[in-house]
Design a protein around this ligand. Structure first.
Ligand code: GRF
Length: 225
């Protein structure tokens, strides 16, 4: 059986890309990264992918007059690559129905906050400045509203008195790297279904990722035992 084909959309450093590629490499994620599409030619993620022999495409958003036109080009490249699941990993563009309708319920994102709190940019700083005692990361399906689609998994960390925006960012990032490959694997194994805002995961607890001290949201439902 051929591996589940995914496409990664990224704009920056690509540590989530690293985690996903590592999980593919060590066999814990049964997927194949067919392409990495990046909107910024100087992004570090491009060199990282190239080093692993993964095809990359640079599509500069500034060359397009509308978000829809940009998304249309992204869709074309994803289709050309034979992608089934679109994985936004530090992708700094708001996507439109052009992408979402081309891949219904098959566009995922990771956000460095416990949604629905702290949507948008610099979520970790927002959380630290707000003074929250629990922060975290969310993997969710993408819909037409920012950081809004059905939640697949969340991991939560405690924020201590000595934490600041940077330590919170790093500890959330560590959890992102654990839950994102795990969430993608649910699609690869076809053990996830969406019912309105609820994502139902058909899996057993032993399959949860190791999140160390962090609390991870359990599956909403287990049907395999
Ligand atoms: C991550 O914190 C992710 O949650 C957010 O952007 C950051 C990207 O980091 N959407 P990286 O490029 O994967 O290192």
């Amino acid at each position: 059986m051929s591996a589940f084909p995914i496409g990664v959309l990224a704009s920056g450093t690509g540590t989530n890309f690293d985690a996903i590629a590592a999980a593919v490499g060590n066999g814990t994620l049964a997927a194949e990264i067919r392409t990495v599409i990046c909107n910024r030619p100087d992004a570090k993620v491009l060199a990282k992918a190239q080093q692993l022999g993964i095809p990359t495409e640079t599509i500069e958003h500034s060359n397009f007059t509308t978000r829809e036109a940009f998304d249309g080009e992204v869709v074309k490249r994803l289709r050309d690559a034979g992608v089934t699941l679109v994985v936004m990993a530090g992708f700094d563009r708001i996507v439109t129905p052009v992408l979402l309708e081309a891949f219904p319920e098959r566009v995922v994102n990771i956000h460095p906050a416990l949604l629905p709190a702290f949507k948008g940019l610099d979520a970790q700083t927002q959380a630290a400045e707000y003074g929250v005692r629990i922060a975290g990361a969310t993997v969710h399906l993408v819909d037409t509203h920012l950081d809004h689609g059905p939640i697949i998994v969340q991991a939560a960390i405690a924020v201590g008195p000595n934490d600041d925006a940077e330590t919170v960012r790093l500890r959330i990032l560590e959890q992102e790297h654990r839950i994102y490959p795990w969430a993608i694997n649910l699609f690869a194994n076809n053990t996830l279904r969406v019912e309105g805002r609820r994502v139902i995961i058909d899996d057993d607890a032993s399959a949860l990722p190791n999140t160390g001290d962090a609390l991870i949201s359990p599956p909403l439902q287990r049907t395999s035992r």
